[in-house]
Ligand binder design. Sequence first.
Ligand SMILES: Nc1ncnc2c1ncn2[C@@H]1O[C@H](COP(=O)(O)OP(=O)(O)OP(=O)(O)O)[C@@H](O)[C@H]1O
Length: 256
Amino acid sequence: MTDTILEVRGISKRFGGLQALSDVGIKIQRGQVYGLIGPNGAGKTTFFNVITGLYTPDSGTFELAGKPYQPTAVHEVAKAGIARTFQNIRLFADMTALENVMVGRHVRTHSGVIGAILRTGSFKAEEAAIAQRAHELLEYVGIAKFADYKARTLSYGDQRRLEIARALATDPQLIALDEPAAGMNATEKVMLRELISQIRKDNRTILLIEHDVKLVMGLCDRLTVLDYGKQIAEGTPAEVQKNEKVIEAYLGTGGH
Ligand SMILES: Nc1ncnc2c1ncn2[C@@H]1O[C@H](COP(=O)(O)OP(=O)(O)OP(=O)(O)O)[C@@H](O)[C@H]1O
């Protein structure tokens, strides 16, 4: 078994006259927290959208756990083992927290639509198991007490935790978090950091887009820095922090 979870090479994506990504490649090892940073508009979300099947790249190849992988449809990506959260939270607002996590879990179930309509014995048993697993995940992310609350009534920070629980429900090989700390206060950020560390300790691999540089530097094993769609640096946080191009992109005339 390979230790590389995701390897992508040569990803390019153009929107009209704008080259959003130019020949970007990353390699994420099992158990790593891998960061993706860069100034506004650098191409981070586009990259996430490409690897999770929302955008079709103009070029590039993908391997997931050593096998060729084609991120076509979003549900296929989840089945293949990549789960994600969104910069703009995308929960089912009028469903309970528990139901939101159960939806994520259905990616891994077998009874299917016919079983659901006929409410067969195996369907009911499977639903009970899904509900139990969903409860465990709500506990894991620290919001079990809100299991029966509608998602929209949860605080911003708790909604982000709920998105993480829903992503974990698919049993991903890789969980991709798009700006999980956005809009969080300092206390929520500390809790998020603990949660991400815990997810890693539990042998999950994490790809993280985050604007909070302190959070990224503290959490990531390696990171890639994008600027205007180009990969300007790759390495450990210590290496990246010293990189001239990175300093220029964030602080110099290239800052945008
Ligand atoms: N669907 C789209 N159509 C046209 N242009 C797009 C589309 N999605 C992104 N872009 C453009 O591609 C560039 C990269 O955007 P992207 O959202 O990937 O950057 P980002 O690094 O995630 O930025 P931010 O930190 O602000 O979220 C931007 O110039 C953006 O306007």
